[in-house]
Design a protein around this ligand. Structure first.
Ligand code: MG
Length: 233
């Protein structure tokens, strides 16, 4: 592992991509799925509950759905609801996943430039594998899924795991995120963050640079974003 102290320069060594809402329009599908789960469990989902579940780990989002309905699930009910949601989402994902604007070209440009890319998602491995059919596995040297780390975003574990797999310092990585939850995870891991909001507003922070979309984004732009944050390890 090359430490920042040894290299002396915090150069961009990798781009770490969030999936839902950043690369794919799948947050819209999660919106359908979360609302369907709420109805399945007993009633419509409030906007407050919906916003609290954007970008979060699946188990926590399911628990918040129960909680939003005033329900306190048993462990068996929680597990059954998670399985229901996973099966529902697998059907939606299998019907096809649209790209977010500019995301496909950005992935290709980074790959062509020889900068390693990792997919870092709270979505579980099973659904992630369906999504990788759309994304193209060839773009990523690794993928880190929500069910493969000790805690999902907003915990920094997924981003730390990605950096560890690459053998680089998180400060040498640029994370690309659309949600508060995801940006908080990347922030806490020590990455610079390019935020391209989708469903929810994301608060500003010294490590975050905002952009309306990925349309026209170049590798030079990503290097500039990373450099402008001036991450110090
Ligand atoms: Mg997201």
């Amino acid at each position: 592992m090359v430490s920042v102290a040894e290299s002396g320069v915090v150069a961009l060594r990798a781009v770490l991509w969030d999936m839902d809402g950043t690369l794919l329009e799948s947050e819209q599908l999660w919106d359908v799925g979360m609302r369907a789960l709420s109805l399945h469990l007993g009633g419509p989902m409030s906007e407050r509950t919906r916003l609290a579940t954007v970008g979060g780990p699946l188990d926590l989002s399911v628990w918040r759905t129960f909680d939003g309905l005033g329900l306190d699930p048993t462990p068996d009910e929680q597990v059954a609801a998670e399985a229901w949601l996973n099966a529902y989402m697998a059907e939606l994902f299998a019907q096809g996943l649209p790209w977010r604007p500019g995301a496909r070209d950005a992935l290709g440009a980074v790959r062509d430039a020889g900068v390693p890319q990792v997919l870092v998602t709270n979505t579980g491995r099973q659904l992630c594998e369906v999504a990788l059919d759309t994304l193209g596995r060839e773009h990523f040297v690794y993928s880190v899924c929500g069910d493969e780390v000790a805690a999902g975003k907003p915990d920094p574990a997924p981003y730390r795991r990605a950096a560890e797999l690459l053998g680089v310092d998180p400060a040498q990585c640029l994370a690309v995120e659309d949600s508060h939850t995801g940006a908080a995870a990347a922030d806490a891991a020590g990455c610079a963050v390019l935020v391209v909001p989708s469903l929810v507003e994301v608060p500003v922070s010294p490590r975050r640079v905002f952009r309306d979309s990925l349309v026209g984004v170049s590798v030079a732009d990503l290097r500039d974003v990373h450099a402008s944050v001036g991450v110090c390890a």
